[in-house]
Design a binder for this molecule. Structure first.
Ligand code: SF4
Ligand code: SF4
Length: 120
């Protein structure tokens, strides 16, 4: 916080632009940062534990067609996600994980509904 304020004051004093180009330049994120979810469809066992544990009903199990036939896997509504990581903790094969990605801007919240195939 203080670092950002110092940068802003220095930039203002020098008459420089303070904002940085995005997405070319990105802030470094803390190790504890939790962002967009990722799913490894090849190891998901369709147990639904992630959907059951989610405190905000963010995950819906939906049909997907895989090499091994039809299965159910999580669809994530990122607009509702609390990034609490309970789904990651409970997932038996650890195939559902939180990443450091924060690129999920949208004009309509329905665009943030992410199907299993898009979570890979
Ligand atoms: S991080 Fe928390 S809120 Fe988000 S999908 Fe997982 S359990 Fe639900
Ligand atoms: S992502 Fe993990 S917890 Fe969710 S259905 Fe697949 S194996 Fe189960």
């Amino acid at each position: 916080m203080l670092g950002s304020l110092t940068k802003t004051i220095k930039a203002a004093a020098l008459g420089k632009q303070y904002t940085t180009e995005f997405p070319e330049h990105r802030e470094s994120l803390p190790d504890s940062y939790r962002g967009r979810l990722r799913l490894d469809m090849s190891t998901c066992i369709s147990c639904s534990a992630c959907a059951i544990i989610c405190p905000n009903q963010t995950i819906t199990m939906v049909d997907v067609l895989t090499d091994k036939g039809k299965k159910v896997m999580p669809l994530v509504g990122h607009e509702r996600c609390l990034f609490c990581a309970l789904c990651e903790e409970v997932c038996p094969p650890k195939c559902l994980t939180l990443t450091k990605s924060y690129d999920y801007e949208a004009y309509d919240k329905r665009e943030l509904l992410t199907r299993p195939e898009e979570l890979e």
